[in-house]
Design a protein around this ligand. Structure first.
Ligand code: NAD
Ligand code: ZN
Length: 362
């Protein structure tokens, strides 16, 4: 057993605190990982606000890279010393999605079996089955994906959640290909990654939509060809105007609110695709849209879980593109912070001051 420091959300809406936590040695199928870097994602804030579920206390953090310290007896996929990115949807190999050859939809929850606890024995719920705002964390071995150890942990760890979600929302779920027009609503970490993914896939027009000019400036640096501040102008009209009056082939909602989803619905070209990658809260409802518009406009309305990624395929490939200078993951790292700074990082995220604050563990 290991006693380490971790960032815990004890109750709904309350500031997070640093707690001493107990991390068990890995049992069968498990790996103990010494975390090197972990990004602060909006989903961590959703957890703290009770927007995901009520299983407090949460051990937050889930966009991480680190080094495997120990593995359970039967584990062969990773070994101590391996540099890994943690993934929150490990492929189980046995569920109906895996068995039919679509492992990126794996329906099984494949996390560590043993529980990490507070010092008093209270069981922790690790965010997305990871809990990596901690010096060490216990995960299922399948949640560890080995990548090039020379890569910068703060940058490639972001592939563990938000950046992968955005890249994959464009490339995998939205099937953006060369020449397509794309609009991305919400240009935080996830939306900016959707823009970067659209660039990688060879999209033509890439329209960034946000309510914050600073985010739009960042989006332009990521490769957006046009920017629209939806506080000032109607984004549907603006996207249509920028696409010859037609609308975009693919619209990605990286906010996840009824009003942004509605904008995306109407900003598509006929037979266009709307991808919902932002996560709504349970109280939100589909906006009131005439069913005839769903029929008449055709196309597809999709959700993107984790960018429909396959970690074993996508993480090493994206790390390689990063190492080659073709995918600027460093651009997502706004600041490197300490474990005690997560609450202020939430504030900065809330005020739109950062794309990603990344906690660095020494
Ligand atoms: N589907 C997945 O697998 C997955 C994975 C990671 C994160 N997410 C979700 O993606 C969403 C975005 O995450 P993030 O880390 O990029 O958050 P973020 O806070 O960094 O970015 C959100 C952006 O949306 C903008 N915004 C807010 N309201 C808007 C509006 N009405 N219109 C236009 N823009 C608006 C903000 O200015 C900000 O730039 C969150 O809901 C998060 O939970 C989903
Ligand atoms: Zn996340």
């Amino acid at each position: 057993m290991h006693q380490v420091q971790g960032v815990v959300a004890r109750a709904k809406g309350e500031p997070v605190s640093i707690e001493t936590i107990n991390v068990p040695d890995p049992g069968p199928g498990e790996a103990l990982v010494k975390v090197q870097a972990c990004g602060v994602c909006h989903t961590d804030l959703h957890y703290r606000e009770g927007g995901i579920n009520d299983d407090f206390p949460f051990l937050l953090g889930h966009e991480a890279a680190g080094v495997v310290e120990a593995v359970g007896d039967d584990v062969t996929s990773v070994a101590p010393g391996d540099f890994v990115i943690l993934n929150w949807r490990a492929v189980c190999g046995n569920c109906r999605a895996c068995l039919r050859g679509e492992p990126w939809y794996c329906f099984a929850t494949h996390n560590a079996t043993q529980k990490m606890t507070l010092a008093d024995g209270t069981e922790l719920s690790p965010a997305l089955g990871i809990g990596a705002f901690a010096e060490k964390t216990l995960v299922a071995a399948g949640q560890c994906t080995r990548v090039d150890p020379s890569a910068r942990a703060a940058a490639v760890g972001l592939l563990g959640c938000g950046v992968m979600a955005g890249l994959g929302a464009a490339i995998n779920t939205g099937a953006v290909t060369r020449g397509k027009s794309v609009a991305v609503i919400g240009c935080g970490g996830v939306g900016s990654a959707a823009i970067a993914g659209s660039v990688l896939a060879g999209a033509g027009t890439i329209i960034a939509v946000d309510v914050d000019d600073r985010k739009l400036e960042g989006a332009a640096r990521m490769g957006a060809t046009h920017t629209v501040n939806s506080k000032d102008v109607d984004p549907v009209e603006a996207i249509q105007a920028l696409t010859g009056g037609n609308g975009a082939d693919v619209v990605i909602d990286a906010v996840g609110r009824p009003e942004t989803w509605r904008q995306g619905f109407y900003a598509r070209d006929l037979a266009g695709t709307l991808v919902l990658v932002g996560v709504p809260t349970p109280d939100m409802r589909i906006p009131d849209i005439p069913l005839i518009d769903v029929f008449g406009r055709g196309g597809s309305l999709k959700s993107s879980w984790y960018g429909d990624c396959l970690p074993s395929r996508d993480f090493p490939m994206l790390v390689s593109l990063y190492q080659q200078g073709r995918l600027d993951l460093d651009a997502f790292v706004s600041e490197e912070i300490n474990i005690g700074d997560v609450e202020s990082a939430f504030e900065k995220m809330h005020h739109g001051d950062v794309l990603r604050s990344v906690v660095i563990f020494s």
